[in-house]
Design a protein around this ligand. Sequence first.
Ligand code: AMP
Ligand code: MG
Length: 413
Amino acid sequence: MSMGCSDRPGLMPLADGLAHLLERLVPLSGAGSVALADSVGRITAASIRAEAPVPAWDNSAMDGYALRRADLLADKPLPIQGRSLAGQPYTEPLKPGYCVRVMTGAVLPAGCDAVVMQEEAEVSDRGVTFEKVPEQGNNIRRAGEDCRAGDRLLPEGHCIRPQDVALLASVGCAEVSVRPRLKVGLLATGDELRQPDETLGVGDLYDSNRPALHALLARLGVQVNDYGVVADDPDALRQVLQQADTECDLVITSGGVSVGEADYTRQVLGELGDIEIWKLAIKPGKPLAFGRLSNSWFIGLPGNPVSSLVTFHLVATRAIRQLQGQPDKALPSLRATTTEAIRKTPGRMDFQRGVWRQTETGVEVRPTRAQQASHILGSLTEANCYIALEQDRGSVAAGETVTLWLFDALFSS
Ligand code: AMP
Ligand code: MG
């Protein structure tokens, strides 16, 4: 591997791990068509251009009167020549010395150069008088003001949002060409893992990683193939991984990637594919496996519940974006003042779970009341950000400035 290492031998800085991952992963090809109404969360397979301008015609931005400004110089009331409503245009050109009654969205008759809102007009038997001469183009929405024919509305590799649906609908688009849904296989390993309908034996625990990872993947809009819990048994693991490899584009596992006696994931992945075990210089989440199987890519997340979800957030989402052909995107970050001291040892980058808030004077943060250990899920449920403490940094005193990595939509309600 041609990447830098942290000060601690064998530990790789997160940025180097991510750079390596993005270099290796190739976006999946292919395209399909979906109805616009079903397109939210899908990724555009090509850029989308407007075929027609929006608005299509010059039209009124107000309920009022369309007129020719020069006609107001005579200081006489302008008789109403006709009415133009949204969907019921008045097609005659404006005659000299007249005005046209217009409603919001109505097509502007030829010859008009301003619209005066009705609140600034007075109607009498002789016509309409106006308080003042409006500016040229006042209250007129020009054709093509939102987009012109040929304008690029969305780039390729864009995840479609509700506001994009509005934009596409406004140009008459009914179907969108999108990337195929990424197929992501998911499995958890561990003899100790139980399902909700099972009773816990001594040392057992309920599997929390798989339901959470499933939920995260579903939120990302990928197709999740859930292979359940696999025992700490190389043969069982081999069989499931081989099946997942043939059925998926990416396989995500939880557990078994560290160096314990029952940590078979890395062993079997190594047999079936080309594996790179990483010890990332981050806390939580040191062990992480990444590599290639025959047909798919895989990411082996650590088993500890907080580590598993944090590494998914920091690493796996970036891999998924890359495979879907989306531009890479880090979490939004912010500087903040910590209101409490934070304990840290230099050597790894810490992603402590924090709670930030905006105050009158700036942004404040504190670590969660829940402990920062990698098995305390309460630290993640209480938090709204990571307090990202640099690798070389030691303990932080109250009042010092720290960098926050904010939870994005994936980790927010
Ligand atoms: P491992 O990475 O397999 O060595 O697991 C590390 C720790 O995480 C152990 O305490 C496991 O019991 C726990 N763990 C592993 N997988 C899960 C899971 N799916 N849900 C909850 N805890 C887990
Ligand atoms: Mg295990």
